[in-house]
Design a protein around this ligand. Sequence first.
Ligand code: ZN
Length: 321
Amino acid sequence: MRAFEGEPAAIGGRGKDPVNTAMIRHWCEAMGDGHPAYTGPEAVAPPTMLQAWTMGGLSGHGDGTGRATRYDELLGLLDGAGYTSVVATDCEQEYLRPLRPGDEITFDAVIESVSPRKTTKLGTGHFVTTRMDVRADGERAGTHRFRILKYAPARRPAAPAPAEPPTGTATPAPGPDGTASSAPTTAPRPRRPRPVTNRDNEGFWEGVARHRLLIQRCTRCTTLRFPWLPGCNACGSREWDTVESAGEGTVFSYVVMHHPPFPAFDPPYAVALVELAEGVRMISGVTGVRPEEVRIGMPVRLEFQRVDEDLELPVFRGSVS
Ligand code: ZN
């Protein structure tokens, strides 16, 4: 595996389109990012679009030779060893200069590292990190590091047996001691997924632990923001403090989940986009009313729900008028 480190994953790649205002506009609309730097005659591209300019789309880049790259070889080798599943784990970008409409994008990518075998909750496999160096008109513009885990999925526990056989059919099979087996054992209930905490949002979860719903506030322009982000979408400032929500809100929109089933949840249940009185919106569960009673505009009030011994979540209690 180590022999692949430093090997090329792409050489002399070319962006399919130069940096252009149409793709920038679509990106900003999809992201809901109205920052003024991305429009007008002096527009720059949002830095996080870096990878978008290098993507080959459905048809790929296709160098016409049909040759497999060293990256393809590596993935083939991992497939052959049984690590047939893949999940993208994380991405890091570094920005060296702004991209502007008209810039022609070229890039190279190398296989930066292949980890020793690791066992994760998903299964056992290898992390593969590639680094793409992106240039604009031949000048270094940024770096895009991308990490995947190629893994063999962990065995899932067998599905639990039905609680009771249909009436009048099979009798319980004798146990090892010749007696009929006792009632089927029930598998422990799967735990709710844990929230992902990182340096950008840890303050939010510290607030939750103290039963406070904290909203970030830009200390330069006072714009409130939620969910938590490192910078202000209105002015770009990275300075912020927090305000505590009073906990009053209304249902801005909602869905009632029936399918697909998630093991730790009991469908049907309502998930709402709650508009807090402070003006920001957050996604949360709705309690206190039946899912079919949830309505747009319904007043809701914050409460904290203990899910298990080490998870508490902010939820919103609805009330039927
Ligand atoms: Zn601001």
